[in-house]
Design a protein around this ligand. Structure first.
Ligand code: ADP
Length: 521
């Protein structure tokens, strides 16, 4: 605009960037592009030190001869300007309406600057327009940056929702208008348009709980926290955990904000664990039957003794002169009765023990250990015993009976826990914490054996003859049965594996089982 009114001048506008650290040559229509590039390369810092003109860029300044004017002596752009035969400069600062410094307008000329009144008028208009244009560009930039940050935040949120399988929603209860996140759509496989439509998908067995939670929430306006099953249009059942609260300050128009987490996976895992727990409990019961076996054997002894006595009496009666046939028949009948009684006792005993077949399958020992830890973790927590599992990730499969092997691992962990508990009962506070850690680890040996070790910092083996701990009914505990290790050994023997223990250098013992990787039982 200025250049078109005054054909002899060259104009330049330098703008301070938003960080306030660099000047940019934003417009210089009559100067060659190399000039603008050279200015771009100079930072305000460097230039302000060498150019007085820039030392106070916020003031207007006129230099009639930039070659001689000492304020321009060190200005790098002085040479650039001389090359263009520009000898004077008139510098006018540009401010925003609120007074913030934006940059500078330079009017260069070949010959003295000497601004005339009409020049002043047009320059002041140009500066005004420039200030509006820059301010506007800045606010647009800021808006765009804000939008970018918003998009980023939105992207983070969706990622977090995907990772945690949690969708979110916002519901205008009166208007029955719902905003649902993409993840919520992925979980529900639909976007129920109304509350009624949503409710129709709730599992019939859970509708009662769902309604009650919703009704309570509407009555006291606190929110709800409810777990229910949602049936997707394709018929998939999702176990979901919904948590919501009312936005405050909207008494007439309740707005509910909430999240729905898909907990199907953990519910399924929990169910599987429960099945496993019952199986293990069953096996544990059959172990205590070992003790019962002793008393049952005693029961069998009685009819056996009866049979022998009756047989003796029978023989006597038959060999007397004349033979007492009637008495012999009665005693023989008593023998038969006792025989039946004995075999009945044995049959009962057998059914008690035969509750499960020996089923072998390829299995991942790491998973088997993790499941056992999950099963007993509650018990250990209660006893303030911590457990860690250092799993060797590349452990190959072994072949065996999963439940029986888990029973062995469970025995070792529970024994370790017992040893830890009795060691800590007699230890100082710091030793107590140390002793209450069980370290389980898995490894693969060079010989291709998969090993699981259970290390404790407990009492260590107290037995006089350590080998005896694998014998049935050997125990050093007041409430022990001495069955755990003997059963464990027979299970491991049956799998063609090995079980042994070693004392630890510091405290406690480490029990290890070793099974052939891949093959075995
Ligand atoms: P119980 O646990 O009923 O005594 P077990 O056969 O499992 O039966 O164990 C036999 C004995 O072996 C225990 O009484 C205990 O003396 C010893 N024992 C087993 N595991 C450990 C261990 N981790 N630390 C110290 N002693 C142990």
């Amino acid at each position: 605009m200025i250049e078109s009114v005054d054909a002899d001048c060259c104009c330049e506008i330098r703008i301070l960037d938003t960080a306030g650290s660099r000047v940019r040559c934003s417009v210089a229509p009559r100067l060659p592009s190399a000039y603008s590039a050279a200015i771009e390369a100079m930072s305000l810092d460097r230039e302000s030190r060498s150019v007085d003109a820039y030392a106070n860029p916020k003031a207007e300044m006129i230099a009639d001869d930039i070659v001689r004017d000492r304020r321009w002596l060190n200005a790098k752009c002085r040479k650039l300007l001389s090359k263009q035969h520009l000898t004077s400069v008139w510098q006018v600062p540009i401010f925003t309406r609120s007074g913030a410094f934006l940059g500078t307008l330079f009017v260069y000329r070949n010959g003295p600057a000497k601004p005339l009144a009409r020049h002043r008028d047009i320059v002041s208009r140009a500066v005004h327009i420039a200030s509006i244009a820059v301010a506007r560009a800045r606010s647009e930039e800021e808006l765009a940056a804000r939008q970018r940050r918003l998009n980023e935040a939105h992207e983070h949120l969706s990622q977090a929702q995907r990772l945690t399988r949690t969708g979110s929603f916002r519901t205008d209860v009166i208007a029955d208008v719902h905003i649902q996140s993409d993840e919520l759509y992925r979980i529900l496989e639909c976007r129920p348009p109304t509350l009624r439509a949503f409710r129709e998908h709730v599992h019939p067995d859970d509708v009662g709980a769902f309604d009650a939670a919703f009704k309570r929430a509407m009555a006291d306006r606190t929110g709800f926290d409810v777990i229910f099953r949602f049936i997707t249009p394709a018929g998939n059942i999702r176990h979901v955990h919904a948590v919501a609260h009312f936005q405050s300050g909207n008494a007439d128009r309740p707005i509910v904000m909430g999240s729905i987490q898909d907990i199907t996976q953990s519910v399924q895992t929990e169910d599987e664990l429960a099945v496993l727990r019952t199986e293990l409990a069953h096996l544990a019961r059959s172990m205590s039957l070992g003790e019962l076996a002793a008393s049952i054997a005693h029961e069998v002894n009685q009819p056996l003794a009866g049979i022998v006595n009756n047989a003796n009496a029978c023989m006597r009666m038959l060999s007397s002169e004349p033979p007492n046939l009637e008495g012999a028949i009665r005693t023989a009948q008593r023998s038969i009765r006792d025989g039946h009684r004995a075999s009945e006792v044995i049959r009962r005993l057998r059914t008690l023990f035969q509750k499960r077949e020996f089923v072998t399958e390829p299995l991942d020992l790491n998973d088997a250990v993790s499941e056992v830890i999950a099963i007993c973790s509650h018990d250990l927590q209660r006893r303030r015993i911590s457990i860690e599992f250092d799993r060797y990730a590349e452990l190959p499969f072994v072949t065996g009976d999963r439940v029986q092997l888990q029973q062995v691992i469970l025995n070792l962990i529970l024994n370790a826990a017992d040893a830890s508990a009795s060691a800590s009962a007699s230890a100082s506070a710091s030793a107590e914490n140390r002793s209450k850690l069980i370290s389980v680890s898995s490894r693969l040996t060079k010989d291709g054996e998969a090993q699981i070790s259970v290390k404790d910092r407990g009492t260590g083996i107290l037995a006089d003859e350590p080998k005896r701990i694998f014998e049935a009914f050997y125990t050093t505990k007041s409430d022990g049965m001495g069955i755990g290790l003997s059963v464990s050994k027979s299970i491991i023997d049956r799998h063609g594996g090995r079980i042994w223990f070693e004392p630890n250098a510091d405290a406690g013992a480490t029990f290890t089982i070793a099974l052939a990787a891949g093959g075995g039982a």
